[in-house]
Design a protein around this ligand. Structure first.
Ligand code: M1P
Length: 270
C-alpha cells in the first residue's frame, strides 16, 4: 500500500462481499499518534482484496492522514473503502464524503460557550508539571479537551500520561463536567493519553454503523452481514467498548498493531 493505488475488486466483487473489517486506529492499526508499519500497510492491502475494509477513529481526518496516509504516500481516503473519522461524524465511502452532523449545531452556541468557559477556567487552575497549547480542539462531531494541551511533544505526552494516571487529572475533570453539565446529554470518553473527547451521548463509535446500514439501501450498495471490529480499548469506559459489545459487530480485542496483524492473518489467511 505504498505509493500508487493498487487495484481492488469492486465492493460487489470481493470474494467475501458481505463482510467488512473495521479497525480502530491508535494502538490497533498504528502505535498511538505514530505512523503505521509497512507490514500493517501490506496486510491491509491484502485484506482489501477479499473483504471491505474501514477504520473508525476518535481523532480527526488530519491525524489519520498523518498516521496512515503519509506512510503509504496516498490519501487515507483511498486506502480504505470506508473512512470514519471522529467516530463516523466525518465519513467517506470509496473516497466520497457522506453527509454528516455537527456538534456545534446539536449543542448551540450559548451552551457551547458556557462549556468552554468552565473547561478553560478548570485548566487554568490545574497545578500540573507543565502546560503547552491547544487545550480545546474543536472538531466537527466533538471537542477534544487536553489539560496539558495538544501541542505537547511525544516525550511530553508520555510524561503527562504517567502524571495523569497517578493524579487522576482527567478522571476528576470528567466527574466535575458531569456534575455541572449533566443536563446536556454529553458523553466524556478518555480514549487516548493526554485528552478526552466530549460528544453527544450515542455519538460514540457505534455512530459509524448507520453509514453501513444506509449503504444497503443505496442502489448498488452492499448489505454487510458480518462486521468485524478490532480495537484495543474494548474495556468498559474505553472508547471502543460500545462498538465492541454492539450486537451488530463481531468484536476482537487487540493488544497492539502486531496483534491486529496476527488476528487478521489467522481469520482471513492473508
Ligand atoms: O484515538 C484515540 C484518541 O487519540 C487522541 O488522544 P490523545 O491525544 O489523548 O492520545 C485524540 O485524538 C482523541 O480524540 C482520540 O479519541
Amino acid at each position: 500500500m505504498v505509493g500508487p493505488a493498487a487495484a481492488y475488486p469492486s465492493l460487489a466483487d470481493r470474494p467475501m462481499k458481505n463482510t467488512i473489517c473495521l479497525f480502530d486506529v491508535d494502538d490497533t492499526l498504528t502505535p498511538a499518534r505514530n505512523p503505521a508499519s509497512r507490514e500493517m500497510l501490506a496486510t491491509l492491502e491484502a485484506l482489501r482484496q477479499k473483504v471491505a475494509i474501514g477504520y473508525v477513529g476518535g481523532s480527526n481526518l488530519v491525524k489519520q492522514q498523518e498516521q496512515l496516509g503519509i506512510p503509504a504516500r496516498r490519501p487515507v481516503t483511498d486506502m480504505f473503502d470506508f473512512c470514519f473519522s471522529e467516530n463516523g461524524l466525518i465519513a467517506y465511502r470509496l473516497g466520497v464524503e457522506l453527509a454528516s452532523q455537527s456538534f456545534i449545531k446539536w449543542l448551540g452556541e450559548e451552551q457551547y460557550k458556557e462549556l468552554v468557559r468552565f473547561i478553560l477556567h478548570h485548566i487554568a487552575d490545574l497545578d500540573i508539571p507543565f502546560k503547552r497549547g491547544t487545550f480545546i480542539e474543536f472538531r466537527n462531531g466533538m471537542i477534544n479537551v487536553s489539560p496539558v494541551g495538544r501541542n505537547a511533544t511525544n516525550e511530553e505526552r508520555e510524561a503527562y500520561e504517567k502524571f495523569d494516571l497517578e493524579h487522576k487529572i482527567r478522571e476528576t475533570f470528567v466527574e466535575k463536567l458531569k456534575e455541572r453539565f449533566g443536563h446536556l446529554g454529553l458523553t466524556y470518553s478518555i480514549g487516548g493519553k493526554i485528552s478526552f473527547d466530549v460528544f453527544p451521548t450515542g455519538w460514540d463509535k457505534t455512530y459509524c454503523l448507520q453509514h453501513l446500514e444506509n449503504d444497503a439501501k443505496q442502489p448498488g450498495g452492499i448489505k454487510y452481514k458480518t462486521i468485524h471490529f478490532f480495537g484495543d480499548k474494548t474495556f468498559k469506559g474505553g472508547n471502543d467498548y460500545e462498538i465492541f459489545t454492539d450486537s451488530r459487530t463481531t468484536g476482537h480485542a487487540v493488544k497492539s498493531p502486531e496483534d491486529t496483524i496476527r488476528i487478521v492473518k489467522e481469520l482471513f489467511g492473508v
